[in-house]
Design a protein around this ligand. Structure first.
Ligand code: GLN
Length: 468
């Protein structure tokens, strides 16, 4: 099966004979690539029904802007009448009773959702090896991980099955898998896209965002998803700026010195960064080095705050209000204990324990409150840099995709997030662009960060200056 072209290229509906055939091709491609384990379920029936509705609207001359686009959604995004499990045993068999706002908006724009993709359990991980439903293979090299937590989403785009995949990014879960699979991955500004209908991991960090083949397709879905939602009080009422992708002209670009100097960086990733910097200078942009605020504190700050929020968000999965109920339990206490013990996997348990610990009365000030203060300092520094510069350039990840089972130490795995957590701590938009190929044959990304709500410039620069 040849890879699906980007939506913008494929959007020659007359040539394809309508949306129906595009959807059939995507479903067949997903089945042919079953081995990747990217999809947990294909929504044959609703995808075909939606395709028929869209084809009818095309005939009536009323088609929406995404007519002809096929999408996948990460298994933590709710779609009414469809299963959603956050790749966890605790939610196995659960059916959504409502749709996420992003799902409603995309369907209203005439996109077709063909299935839900595998991910790390409750979006916790960097390799998609924490799913209760098995690991995902990287379509570029099946011996490698696709990254995580949105590994299935990234794989569904990289394999050419769908035009766009929705993922969620709490600390890098869109950008890191985008880097590992050679796709474009956008984490929007916190508050720009509704989280209503996203199964919460860490609510002050989580954002839904797209994976795509091109920035143009990224922009096409961003335009539809962005904007205030009365169902999510953290969405901004600020009007959504028009996304034109016009060349942004000469920019002031900062780059992180640590992205070039930090030990553990792959030398080819560093050389690529340097080549980008030289090119940008030669093209007349202002390019200057700056330092990452509190680099060594970012990952610990993220893991204290994200696990604290997770321990609270996941309390509802107790076998009584939501989730699997143990059949072996006797009495209330044991029902809670056994249901959660049986339902959650090891990484989720580790994080609930960590989060509960940092929130406990004796340690709250030492860890949680302290981490909140550090988060504020990181945010203030980041925003100050973004007053001086239009964009910040860094690698997305220190290395290319690693092998399955290659990282077994949880702390080493957490350090995968070294360059991505800043955008979540600060609430800024950031994108990973597939600009590099390593001599090992694997793709890798560079990351651009812009000031909050400056997606227009972020996307315009990604297309115009980085050619993605
Ligand atoms: N790798 C990070 C973590 O495990 C990021 C996860 C995410 O963005 N959902 O927490």
């Amino acid at each position: 099966m040849s890879p699906t072209k980007s939506f913008s290229e494929a959007h020659v509906l007359p040539r394809s004979g309508g949306v129906g055939p595009i959807v059939e091709q995507a479903l067949a491609a997903a089945e042919a690539q079953h081995e990747l384990n990217a999809f947990l379920e294909l929504f044959h029936e609703s995808a075909r029904d939606q395709a028929a509705r869209v084809d009818a609207r095309i005939k009536a001359g009323e088609a929406g802007p995404l007519a002809g686009m096929v999408l996948s959604i990460k298994d933590n995004i709710c779609y009414k009448g469809h299963k959603v499990s956050a790749s966890s045993r605790i939610l196995e068999g659960f059916t959504s009773i409502y749709s996420a706002t992003v799902v409603e908006r995309l369907l209203a724009a005439d996109a077709v959702i063909i299935g839900r993709t595998n991910c790390d359990e409750f979006a916790m991980g960097s390799s998609n090896e924490n799913s209760a439903f098995g690991k995902v293979l990287n379509p570029v090299d099946k011996t490698k991980v696709p990254g995580g937590s949105s590994g299935g989403a990234a794989a569904s785009v990289a394999a050419g099955t769908v035009h766009v995949a929705l993922g969620s990014d709490t600390g890098g879960s869109i950008r890191q898998p985008a880097s590992f699979t050679g796709t474009v991955g956008l984490k929007p500004t916190y508050g720009r896209i509704s989280r209503y209908g996203l199964i919460a991991f860490a609510s002050s960090f989580d954002q839904i965002g797209p994976f795509a083949h091109t920035v143009e397709d990224t922009a096409a879905v961003y335009r539809i998803m962005a904007g205030h939602d009365p169902k999510d009080a953290t969405t901004s009422k600020r009007p959504v700026e028009p996304i034109t992708l016009e060349h942004p002209g000469k920019l002031r670009i900062a780059y992180y010195r640590e992205g070039l100097e930090r030990p553990g960086m792959d030398p080819e990733v560093v050389a690529h960064m340097q080549a980008q910097i030289d090119r940008l200078k030669a093209e007349g942009h202002t390019v200057e080095p700056i330092s990452v605020p509190l680099l060594d504190h970012q990952v610990p700050t993220y893991y204290i705050l994200a696990t604290a929020e997770a321990s609270s968000n996941l309390a509802r999965f107790d076998g009584i209000r939501f989730g699997h109920r143990s059949t072996k339990a006797q009495g209330v206490d044991e029902t809670y204990r056994l249901s959660r013990s049986e339902g959650f996997g090891p990484e989720v348990k580790r994080r609930i324990l960590l989060g509960t610990f940092v929130l406990s009365a004796g340690y709250y000030d030492a860890y949680y409150a302290q981490a909140q203060r550090v988060r504020r300092i990181i945010r203030d520094h980041t925003l100050a840099s973004l007053e001086e510069f239009d964009l910040i350039l860094s690698p997305t990840c220190p290395t290319t995709a690693f092998g399955h089972g290659a990282i077994t130490d949880p702390v080493a795995m957490y350090l995968q997030d070294i360059f991505t957590v800043q955008a979540n701590l600060a609430g800024t938009p950031a994108i990973s662009l597939p600009t590099g190929t390593h001599s090992n044959g694997l793709p890798f990304g560079i990351q651009l960060t812009a000031k909050p709500f400056d997606e227009a410039r972020l996307l315009a620069a990604s297309a115009g200056i980085f050619g993605c």
